[in-house]
Design a protein around this ligand. Structure first.
Ligand SMILES: [Zn+2]
Ligand SMILES: [Zn+2]
Length: 374
């Protein structure tokens, strides 16, 4: 079964625990609409990932079967550690290119779009990154790392990173200079001048120290989280596409094909005038949609109902035919649009909410008819 099914309850309980501790300590590190936005983006990335990972994993398996120089045995613990180290090294470059190449930033920027930093931010993941990120791990296929090993070490790297998205853990001394820790990853999420394009590591921050991208957290300047060009939205579809829309606009305005194509490979900073302006942390105002309390309560309840549906989708994914999987996946996507749209008081959101409920009830009735042979 998909290991994410087991990870999700752990993620949600950890988020609740972090929220409760922060509340007791009087720290305003959570906003419910922002957290629901983050969780919605994470959920959408898993739904899209289920469809896309089949293709990227198939490509990896094909390379491993036909182009690898050897095949690593699965029963050697040392080789598992080497594979984890190799994955983390390649992750550094995947992540770094995700910040330095506009096409890849289009996928990764979503992870940086929250102006809060907490465990829910960790789940703010891309739905489009899966299409290109596998290319960075081709060396592992060529070196003969079996697909099972790649999947497991990739999962370890990902789960490790969940825990560093917190403001509740301070600095950890020498650990901050060896491993990726809450302190150095806070810097990575900062939009202060000293934070930009720093600390790309996944588990080890020594890669940043080796390649000149390390910056320790400063005592004298509070880290301000988020994007220089703020997203100002909770909508998972917009969060996944806004940078591509910017790229399209710049490409239309550029003259000549070479100038248009250059935008794809250039630094995302070229597209944003805000990135060259000196950042003043004291003038920053956080995005805060003015959502009435009753809508927040309704949207939270709907999201809480959606989580079991999502787990059900993950569990039965392999048993569904293509049409059923597509319908269920689209329904989950529509539900996320509706819930985040309600939180932002979009005019279309009540219509989306009504349509998704009609679709859910229709599917339930159709399912019951099939079950009882009516
Ligand atoms: Zn990043
Ligand atoms: Zn992060």
């Amino acid at each position: 079964m998909n290991p994410i099914v087991f990870a999700i309850p752990v993620f949600l309980l950890s988020i609740l625990a972090e929220w409760a501790i922060a509340k007791r300590q009087g720290l305003a590190i959570y906003s419910l609409p922002d957290a629901i936005g983050s969780l919605s983006m994470g959920l959408l990335s898993q739904v899209v990932g289920l469809f896309a990972k089949v293709a990227s994993l198939a490509a990896y398996v094909a390379l491993y079967d036909h182009a690898s120089i050897t095949h690593w045995p699965l029963d050697n613990v040392f080789l598992w550690l080497v594979a984890l180290l190799l994955y983390d090294f390649l992750y550094y470059w995947n992540h770094r290119m995700g910040h330095e190449v506009s096409l890849l930033w289009g996928a990764h920027s979503i992870h940086h779009s929250s102006e809060y930093y907490n465990l829910s931010t960790a789940l703010r993941q891309s739905s489009t990154g899966v299409f290109l990120s596998w290319l960075f791990y081709i060396p592992m296929a060529i070196l003969g790392v079996p697909p099972e090993m790649l999947v497991v070490v990739g999962l370890i790297d990902l789960l490790y990173q969940f825990g560093v998205h917190t403001e509740l853990i301070g600095r950890l001394g020498w650990l901050d200079r060896v491993f990726v820790t809450p302190s150095n990853h806070r810097v990575h999420h900062g939009q202060n001048d000293y934070c930009i394009d720093k600390n790309y590591g996944g588990m080890l921050v020594i890669w940043d120290r080796l390649f000149g991208t390390f910056a320790p957290e400063r005592f004298d300047e509070k880290v301000i989280y988020g994007l220089r060009k703020p997203l100002h939205s909770l909508n998972p579809l917009w969060a996944n596409t806004s940078h591509y829309c910017d790229m399209g606009q710049h490409m239309r305005q550029a003259t000549g094909w070479s100038a248009k194509l250059k935008i794809i490979w250039s630094s995302p900073r070229v597209l944003s005038t805000n990135s060259s302006v000196q950042f003043n942390p004291t003038h920053f105002v956080r995005y805060a949609p003015q959502t009435p309390k009753h809508i927040i309560i309704y949207a939270s309840a709907q999201y809480a109902l959606l989580v079991p549906a999502f787990l059900h989708f993950l569990i039965i994914f392999d048993r569904m035919n293509a049409h059923q999987a597509a319908f269920y996946g689209l329904w989950l996507g529509l539900s996320l649009q509706a819930i985040t749209g309600l939180l932002q008081q979009k005019k279309w959101a009540p219509w989306s909410e009504a349509i998704r409920w009609v679709a859910a009830l229709g599917a339930l009735v159709a399912g019951l008819q099939v079950s009882f042979g009516a």
